[in-house]
Design a protein around this ligand. Structure first.
Ligand code: HEC
Length: 117
């Protein structure tokens, strides 16, 4: 019996889940995550490896993984990050944006440079 389309979809989904669990983000996600950070966060935060924050109190994204486990941010992003700081706008992300953004943050925590600038 040949594989049904559903079996193929299930396999692809399972493989995706394993890859996500292993932290293997597709490079496209990392690039997209960086683009999201650039568009929505870079006017205050340092989003790269060696740039400086524009807002004096905004933490560098390269240090975020030391302050919070990156997975915890998944929920925070979905619900909207609220820091109680008046300058920090509420950030709410769609699920696919969260994946891309977290892939980018993970890449900052990894030893090699993420996406070349
Ligand atoms: C208008 C400036 C501004 C923008 C834009 C901005 N932030 Fe912030 N963000 C801040 C400031 C200031 C702080 C520090 C707040 C504090 O410590 O009270 C902060 C803190 C944070 C923290 C740390 C919270 C904590 O409790 O440790 C995270 C995570 C964060 N921002 C994520 C983001 C993301 C993701 C984006 C883009 C979607 C973004 N920020 C956009 C100003 C900004």
């Amino acid at each position: 019996m040949s594989r049904t389309i559903m079996q193929r979809i299930c396999f692809a989904t399972a493989l995706g889940a394993v890859m996500a669990a292993q932290g293997w983000a597709a490079p496209a996600d990392v690039a997209r995550g960086r683009a999201i950070a650039e568009a929505r966060c870079a006017r205050c935060h340092a989003i790269g490896r060696d740039d400086a924050a524009k807002h004096p109190e905004a933490p560098n994204f390269r240090d975020l993984h030391r302050r919070w486990p990156v997975e915890m941010m998944q929920e925070a992003l979905a619900e909207g990050i609220m820091t109680g700081h008046p300058d920090m706008p509420e950030a709410r992300f769609e699920a696919d944006e969260i994946d891309a953004f977290l892939a980018y943050l993970d890449s900052l925590a990894a030893p090699q440079a993420p996406v070349s600038r």
